[in-house]
Design a protein around this ligand. Structure first.
Ligand SMILES: Nc1ncnc2c1ncn2[C@@H]1O[C@H](COP(=O)(O)OP(=O)(O)OP(=O)(O)O)[C@@H](O)[C@H]1O
Ligand SMILES: [Mg+2]
Length: 480
């Protein structure tokens, strides 16, 4: 179907335009033909009336002895553009050389000389003409008047042009109306799509505003019902994760204490039991970290995480956080980024850096370099290592929950849970930033955390608190 690829707006515009074109062409045609009929009829009546008057003059003149026919014809009163032709006993007389017997069709000649009046239209040398014939049987003559319709044709041409112009304007106006009307009627769909995008971005409390429009109210209501259900479900799941993690904490504490008791009696244990104890320790730490991370993730999911915002120097932050995580390496600062500040929750950013540093030592033999780089309206904190590069197909997936890429080896071979980078991504997202991994120029990986920079006038405006209920990215201030 042609037009199937066109958008809804384009199709509505086209339909309106075509509708307006059809209607205006029909109306213009109707107007033109009605006007043409009316004007022609008017001319015919006027010429006919004049011809009857002249025919009666001709009759009285021809009754006189020795009538001078050419002079008689010249003396007749005719309408402007009208010429007289007279036939008497097979002889033809005319006031004009161009219009004479030739202008009258044989059929008409026969009809009028046969005693019946007639009118006829014809074209003589591209000029439309109207001929009216009146029989004057009492003097064996027929009187004709040939009237030029040139002027009327010109008027009709102007009328046709004006009507065509009007039809064109109407068509364009129709198309514009269609575009405007479709824009207006599609606006609610745009609102729905924007609301859906906000919800998908984590702003679960986004709703469509109530509307009085009875056509739109069901759409708004069902969209909001869907959003309610979605929010309810997501919150329930987050609560469940949080509850489970909390419930796991006390048995974990007991297990941990029991392990401590066993540890005290290590010397009494056989070699294999001691090995088993080491394994238990490793798994215990992994379990504890997983529970902590799950709790943190559930807080982010539930939107209950709060951001305690401070304006900080990114290089200082990176240096201190990396040092605390065991990587005492100087931070190199790109000159373009020096002096830039970021507004962050320090504790969370320290967790982010600690996670990246931890991964570098776990999978890549330690951190190779720490850099602050410049980004568009942002600052980039980079943790680089020299380990095996993350496979291209894993570069996004390693930020997913529980995903442990190839470098981690088989599940159970390391202490990792696969939650670290997903938490990094959540924390960074709460700051309105993003995080990614890219291969380093000389091998290894570069984990890049990009945080929007603070405008100069905001620097120093520290210690702000923001809710992290995911509203349109992050940094939603809850207290000034
Ligand atoms: N610096 C790195 N070099 C190579 N691979 C990495 C690096 N950092 C992360 N990865 C890969 O990404 C995967 C996911 O990392 P993530 O930190 O999310 O989980 P984890 O380290 O396995 O567990 P957790 O950090 O929760 O204890 C890792 O299993 C590893 O395969
Ligand atoms: Mg990790």
């Amino acid at each position: 179907m042609p037009g199937a690829n066109l958008g809804l707006r384009a199709r509505v515009t086209l339909t309106f335009g075509l509708g307006a074109l059809l209607l205006s062409t029909f109306m213009a045609g109707l107007t033109y033909f009605t006007a043409r009929q009316y004007f022609l009829r008017q001319r015919e009546v006027a010429v006919l009336r004049q011809a009857y008057v002249n025919a009666s003059l001709v009759r009285s003149a021809l009754r006189s002895p020795n009538p001078q026919i050419p002079q008689l014809l010249d003396s007749l009163d005719t309408l402007p553009g009208s010429r007289s032709v007279l036939e008497r006993r097979g002889q033809w007389f005319a006031t004009s050389i161009s219009v004479g017997r030739n202008a009258i069709s044989p059929a008409m000649q026969a009809m009028v000389t046969g005693g019946r009046p007639a009118t006829q239209r014809f074209v003589l040398a591209t000029v439309p003409e109207l001929v009216v014939g009146v029989p004057v049987p009492s003097v064996s003559a027929a009187y004709f008047e040939v009237f030029s319709l040139e002027e009327l044709a010109r008027t009709l041409r102007i009328l046709a042009l004006a009507l065509a112009g009007a039809a064109l304007v109407t068509t364009v106006a129709g198309a514009i109306t269609g575009r405007w009307a479709s824009g207006r009627s599609l606006k609610p769909l745009g609102d729905v799509s924007r609301a859906a995008v906000l919800i998908a971005a984590g702003s679960l409390d986004t709703r469509m505003p109530a509307t009085a429009d009875s056509d739109l109210a069901p759409l708004t209501a069902s969209f909001n019902r869907m959003a309610d259900a979605l929010q309810e479900r997501i919150e329930r799941e987050a609560r469940f994760t949080s509850d489970v993690s909390h419930e796991l904490r006390s048995p974990l504490t007991t297990l941990s204490a029991a392990l401590g008791v066993l540890e005290m009696h290590r010397l009494e244990l056989s070699g294999r039991t001691s090995e088993a104890l080491d394994l238990l320790h490793v798994e215990m730490r992994r379990f504890q970290r997983m529970v902590d991370e799950l709790l943190e993730i559930s807080r982010v999911d539930a939107g209950s995480a709060e951001l305690l915002l401070d304006t900080v120097d990114p290089s200082e932050l990176l240096h201190h956080a990396a040092m605390a995580a065991g990587a005492d390496i100087p931070v190199s600062v790109d000159p373009a980024a020096s002096g830039k500040h970021i507004l962050v929750d320090k504790r969370r950013m320290e967790r982010v850096v600690a996670n990246l540093v931890g991964n570098a030592s776990q999978y890549a033999g330690g951190v190779e370099a720490l850099c602050i780089e410049d980004g568009p309206g942002s600052v980039r904190l980079v943790v680089a290592d020299r380990g095996p590069a993350v496979a291209p197909e894993d570069r996004e997936r390693i930020f997913e929950r529980f995903y442990r890429g190839g470098a981690a080896g088989r599940r159970g071979s390391t202490e990792g849970t696969g939650l670290g980078l997903s938490l990094v991504a959540e924390h960074v997202r709460l700051h309105g930033g993003r995080v990614w991994v890219e291969p380093g120029p000389g091998g290894g990986n570069r984990f890049v955390v990009e945080i929007p920079e603070v405008a100069d006038d905001e620097v120093g405006n520290a210690n702000r608190t923001a809710g992290s209920d995911g509203q349109d990215g992050p940094l939603r201030q809850v207290a000034p």
